[in-house]
Design a protein around this ligand. Structure first.
Ligand SMILES: C[S@@+](CC[C@H](N)C(=O)[O-])C[C@H]1O[C@@H](n2cnc3c(N)ncnc32)[C@H](O)[C@@H]1O
Length: 237
């Protein structure tokens, strides 16, 4: 019998991903801090800085999850109008509890069909979304559509280091340690293998930049963090 892939098929993926995050929602923030060795909030700060929001600007945080990027945006720009979308209700419920004054508008939506008119935002960003969608180009195209000309589309995502030594260390970390950490926090066995395997098939930074250009984003740049294991891409509309 052929060996079953540890990754869901494109048809199964949305339901698989939603179930995985619904299951992990309550432990997600803690799991993030542990897996990134406490670095994740620093990267979210960098995402918001790179949005270059104007005074009173409008930001769309796609796949907001527990809303850490949206909250950071309001910390840096108290006068901003911030919308967070996600298709996992359980994740956003945790985010809502972290925003008791209701300053963030939460909207349940698929990243591939954003329920906003064209040119609605000054910037759209996503943190750790793109590995999870079935069509990365379509997700970027949606974000480009809802951002005004001159605005920015940003993507923070795990990537694979280019340098062989760091690539090996990354591989050991993601394939040996991450499944153990996931097992500690989650009862969903598929989730242990999904994270490392989904990083292997995800485009490397130059290819991801090419996908962004292919949907019309301009002046695409990226920077890597954590010895090349994390990348922040920025494109202009
Ligand atoms: C790893 S979490 C990231 C959450 C948050 N952006 C952060 O920085 O922690 C990924 C999120 O993407 C959401 N997601 C995945 N695919 C999606 C899709 N097609 N549409 C909307 N949300 C999606 C999941 O529900 C989950 O909340």
């Amino acid at each position: 019998m052929p060996e079953r892939s540890p990754l869901p098929s494109p048809e199964e993926k949305p339901v698989f991903v939603r179930n995985m995050f619904a299951d992990a929602a309550r432990r997600y923030d803690l799991m993030n801090r542990v897996m990134t060795l406490g670095q994740d909030q620093r990267w979210r700060r960098m995402v918001v800085e790179a949005c270059q929001l104007p005074p009173g600007g409008r930001l769309l945080d796609v796949a907001t999850g527990t809303a850490d990027i949206a909250l950071e945006a309001l910390r840096q720009h108290p006068d901003a109008w911030v919308i967070g979308t996600d298709f996992t209700h359980e994740m956003m419920r945790i985010g809502q509890a972290k925003d008791p004054d209701g300053r963030i508008s939460f909207v349940e939506a698929d990243a591939l069909r954003l329920p906003f008119p064209d040119d609605s935002f000054d910037a759209a960003c996503s943190g750790f979304l793109m590995r999870n969608v079935t069509d990365v180009a379509a997700a970027f195209a949606e974000q480009r559509r809802v951002v005004k000309p001159g605005g920015r589309v940003l993507c923070l995502e795990i990537t694979r280091p280019a340098a062989p030594i760091w690539r090996d260390i990354f591989h050991i970390y993601f394939f040996k340690f991450v499944p153990r950490i996931s097992a500690f926090f989650s009862s969903n066995k598929d989730a242990y293998t999904y994270l490392p395997h989904s990083t292997l098939q995800f485009p490397r930074p130059p290819q991801l930049a090419e996908i962004m250009r292919s949907v019309g984003l301009k002046r695409v740049t990226w920077r890597t963090m954590m010895l090349g294991a994390m990348a922040l891409h920025v494109g202009e509309v």
